[in-house]
Write a protein that binds this ligand. Structure first.
Ligand code: EPU
Length: 427
């Protein structure tokens, strides 16, 4: 176990580079299963979740080789079709192999995932959609079993624009017989990226970037090369870090157009945001003003930046209301933030945050990737020292987090935690 030890008070300044998006690349890797041969993905971040997905693909018979920021995935003629619990429980995104495997192999056996502690995160829309495409899907002994000799196109309506269900259904339908329509589809940039890769593989997809995706199934796909889009959540994290620490940071590679609502909120808080073709800059001169936030599917405010926004409001001038509409249990983070002295009350989907001039450092625990990053940001804005434990979560999604913090002038170190060190420090 390791922890970050964060000394509060530094003003972050300088430049940080954004790598490829975790939530895109994991699905691109899964999509490579759809074609025999070698696909090449570039701008692949070196994060734990990519290592887990690589291991999963290897167990399915693929060869996965990293070459700088590229990853070559060679898929055999007949890949395996089982994804075991020991990997799936470490990363919920493993469920992304369900659609490609059933499309390519006619069957898939994928363990029911664990993953982030941020809500129930059901799979009902994945299952209902695959069933509409003609698969029989059963849950047995902790596994989902999906079978269909050949999927057939159908129209599917999603009750909620689920990112994962949209992706699984896209990857299943590209090889189905006939036309599939996915209505109320998610529109996240990650989905547009996945469509780009699938099209390069020969898939026929219309309506890309809209909430109605139309797929004309083809007999076979071929391997392709694709550059992963930059990670908007990582970019947004640095933007919030700059605002909270009254800093001045240029986020190289960040795409402001993918963060319109979030950057708009930072401007409301008082930050000056400057977009350019190479990235965007965020400068903050005084104490941020409190801003209300409502999380929604894209293009709304992203749930993955909600914990950072709560941390920001915790040190802002005024009171903010945060409404979480995507993952109900993201409030687990609140208990940790209040350990740093934040004044937060939750009621159902809402949290009221009364800003304090300063937080005060304490030992806290990361329950998921984004909560982990948000706690480090809160530590930077706190007086004294904050220890953030369970930072393996942060490693799942942020490449070189420590190095970037140090480059920007933060006083942070990473260290091993002795057995039970966290519980002792918390007392
Ligand atoms: N949902 C259902 N049934 C389903 C599918 C989803 O009820 O069949 C619910 C979930 O329980 C949740 C909501 O719908 O309440 C949204 O889930 P969605 O399927 O959109 O999310 P996901 O695909 O599981 C991805 C990202 C998350 C991100 C969400 C929303 C990946 C690997 N994960 O999850 O990212 O928060 O979309 O944008 O792409 C993170 O990176 O830290 C992270 C959690």
């Amino acid at each position: 176990m390791e922890r970050f030890v964060v000394a509060g008070g530094a003003r972050l300044a300088g430049e940080v580079r954004v790598t490829g998006a975790k939530n895109s690349v994991l699905k691109l890797m899964a999509a490579s299963l759809l074609a025999e041969g070698t696909s090449r993905l570039t701008a692949v971040p070196e994060i734990l979740d990519v290592a887990i997905m690589s291991e999963l693909l290897r167990r399915l018979g693929c060869t996965v080789v990293r070459d700088g920021d590229a990853v070559d995935i060679t898929v055999p003629e007949r890949p395996g079709h089982e994804a075991d619990y020991d990997l799936v429980r470490r990363m919920r995104a493993s469920i992304a192999v369900l659609g490609p495997l059933v499309a390519r192999c006619g069957e898939a056996k994928v363990a029911l995932p664990g993953g982030d502690a941020i809500g129930s995160r059901g799979l009902d829309m994945h299952i209902a959609g695959l069933t509409r495409l003609g698969a029989t899907v059963q849950s047995e002994h902790g596994y989902l079993l999906a079978r269909a000799p050949r999927l057939t196109g159908a129209s599917v309506w999603l009750d909620f624009p689920s990112v994962g269900a949209t992706e699984n259904l896209l990857m299943a339908s590209v090889l189905a017989k006939g036309r599939t329509t996915i209505d109320n589809a998610a529109r996240e940039p990650d989905i547009v990226d996945l469509c780009g890769f699938l099209r390069a593989m020969g898939a026929q997809i219309g309506g890309v970037g809209t909430s109605t995706l139309e797929v004309e199934g083809v007999e076979a796909l071929w391997p392709a090369e694709h550059r992963t889009l930059p990670d908007r959540i990582v970019a947004g994290t640095w933007a919030m870090a700059a605002t909270m620490t009254r800093g001045d940071v240029f986020v190289r590679g960040g795409r402001a157009e993918h963060l319109e609502v979030a950057l708009g909120k930072l401007e409301q808080a008082g930050a000056v945001v400057t977009a350019s073709p190479d990235g965007f800059g965020v400068r903050m001169d005084g104490r941020p003003r409190a801003v209300d936030v409502v999380t929604l599917p894209y293009p709304g405010f992203p749930t993955d930046l909600q914990p950072m926004m709560m941390a920001l409001n915790a040190v802002a001038d005024g009171t903010a209301m945060i409404t979480e509409n995507v993952f109900e249990a993201r409030w687990m983070f609140v208990n940790e933030l209040t350990r740093l002295g934040a004044d937060v009350r939750t009621d159902g989907h809402h949290a009221v945050v009364r800003g304090r001039e300063r937080l005060s450092g304490a030992p806290v625990r990361a329950h998921d990737i984004r909560a982990g990053a948000a706690l480090v940001l809160a530590g930077l804005a706190a007086e004294g020292t904050t220890e953030v434990h369970d930072i393996a979560h942060i490693d799942r999604g942020y490449e070189g987090f420590l190095a970037s913090l140090l480059d920007l002038g933060a006083d942070v170190r990473r260290e091993d935690v002795p057995e039970d060190g966290f519980e002792q420090r918390r007392r």
